[in-house]
Design a protein around this ligand. Structure first.
Ligand SMILES: [Zn+2]
Length: 135
């Protein structure tokens, strides 16, 4: 059985930690797409309409952390005072981190910030309960 952190890192369903939440990888050639239902246990990821608006706040926190870290690293490495350097670095960082933030903000929201959603060890394991919950 895998831990909650491993489940988040591997983009697994919060309910069964077995089914993938996304098709494709965050940085694959094809665009990543979130499944509507868990392919293993049938859990509906968007537990209520508009639920993932809350993920924007998580994503915002990620962005602030990334931008601050990079701005400080840029200042530390280059000792530059040019605002253009910082604007360029941060703009590129935001673009590069966008797929990561999109994916992991939803994962963190479902795994850590949703008291309604909890791991059910009975559902853990490939294929279990998938047949009768599909369709
Ligand atoms: Zn599942």
């Amino acid at each position: 059985m895998i831990s909650k952190l491993q489940a988040v890192l591997h983009s697994k369903c919060p309910k069964c930690r077995t089914g993938n939440m996304y098709s494709g990888s965050a940085y694959g050639l094809s665009r990543q797409k979130m499944y509507e239902f868990c392919p293993n246990c049938g859990f509906k990821f968007e537990i209520e309409p508009g639920y993932f608006y809350a993920a924007m706040y998580v994503s915002y926190a990620f962005s602030v952390a990334e931008v601050l870290t990079l701005a400080l690293a840029t200042a530390f490495i280059t000792h530059s005072e040019s605002p253009w350097l910082y604007i360029a670095v941060l703009f590129i960082a935001i673009v590069i981190f966008a797929p990561f933030n999109y994916r992991y903000s939803r994962l963190v929201l479902l795994h850590y910030l949703s008291p309604k959603v909890s791991f059910d060890p009975k559902l853990y394991g490939e294929g279990k309960n998938s047949a009768d919950l599909k369709g």
